[in-house]
Design a protein around this ligand. Structure first.
Ligand code: LMR
Length: 334
């Protein structure tokens, strides 16, 4: 009798273990934008491919729209291991002590995505990820969003128009300096709070690629938008280094493949998503969309490019020059 109980006990323990061993490893992936954006779609794509390539051993749970963590909290949560993956905008790494990332925020430093990709896939991109490792964070990929437009309740065409406008920015000293260069008053604020701040007049305007502006309904509370393409906004997909290094090698390899595929996907859809969002903003009739003339854009560029020099001591002259070298940008030739 006793023996029978023992055998039954061992059997059920064995079954419980087998069931436990089949539990998927859960990776929480938190981000702050809507699901219907380049980052939202790419993170869902990653979740799907991670599940398929690991044959269900890994389950990626995506939390969009700041439902799990807001901007500042998510970085802390990653370091504490409360969340395993994030894709913060490159403008949000300064508070972590990785100021070099703010090179991507320099106004007018990239003319197009090809120039940008030369940097993210080249030596500078790798150097920035190496810097993150010293903070216990591993960079997995760079994902595109796109080029930013300005919005406000008045038309923003010349540098003069920005004077005294309270402009929401991400937590980047370069963006702060960019706004000050045209006499605006920068205000750092979490992405999740921007819509309400615009609606209630806490700030007058902001900047973002069209996909973010449209999916957060900012166009409903902004009368004007300027398609200035004055700066780039993209992401670094990051994970907790200890967590990543601790994964079984085969699973890690499968996740790396899923990430590579997701990066191709993200960078392929980003422009389409932003172009589509711009069309929807126009169709809404709620915001007047203005495309500056080449002369107006050049004047704005001349007003903002001095920020590059001003930010040398923060970002590193060498980092800025490496970007110039990769893209061919010459601030002396404006
Ligand atoms: C913002 O905070 O304006 C954006 O960077 C949000 C995002 O992640 O795209």
């Amino acid at each position: 009798m006793k023996m029978r109980h023992l055998v039954a006990g061992l059997l059920s323990a064995g079954l419980a273990f087998a069931a436990f061993a089949q539990q998927p490893l859960v990776i929480k992936f938190s981000h702050v934008v809507a699901q219907d954006t380049p980052k939202g779609k790419a993170s869902e794509f990653f979740a799907k491919r991670a599940g398929e390539l690991t044959a269900g051993k890994v389950k990626v749970e995506v939390y969009a729209n700041s439902t799990l963590y807001k901007d500042k909290e998510e970085m802390e949560a990653l370091q504490l291991g409360a969340v395993q993956m994030l894709a913060p905008s490159l403008a949000k790494f300064g508070p972590l002590g990785a100021r070099e990332f703010e090179v991507f925020d320099l106004p007018f430093i990239f003319d197009n995505s090809d120039e940008l990709h030369k940097v993210t896939t080249g030596a500078v991109g790798a150097q920035l990820f190496a810097k993150l490792e010293t903070k216990g964070i591993k960079g997995l990929a760079y994902w595109d969003n796109g080029f930013k437009s300005f919005s406000a309740n008045k038309p923003l065409r010349t540098a003069e128009d920005f004077k005294g406008q309270k402009m929401r920015i991400q937590s980047s000293k370069v963006l702060e300096s960019q706004m000050r260069a045209v006499g605006a008053i920068p205000q750092v604020m979490a992405f999740s709070e921007v819509y309400q701040a615009l609606q209630t007049g806490v700030v007058d305007g902001t900047e973002n690629p069209h996909s973010n502006l449209y999916t957060q309904k900012m166009h409903e509370v902004q009368k004007h938008m300027t398609v200035s393409d004055h700066g780039y906004l993209g992401y670094a997909v990051i994970t907790n280094k200890k967590f990543w290094d601790g994964l079984p090698a085969d699973v890690r390899g499968q996740l790396e493949t899923a990430m590579k595929e997701s990066t191709v996907y993200a960078n392929k859809i980003a422009k389409e998503e932003n172009d589509g969002a711009l069309e929807k903003v126009k169709a809404s009739g709620k915001t007047q969309v203005y495309v500056p003339t080449p002369a107006e854009r050049l004047a704005l560029k001349k007003a903002m490019v001095p920020v590059h020099k001003e930010m040398e001591s923060r970002i590193g002259k060498d980092v800025i020059e490496s970007v110039y070298k990769a893209t061919g940008f010459d601030p002396g030739k404006l």
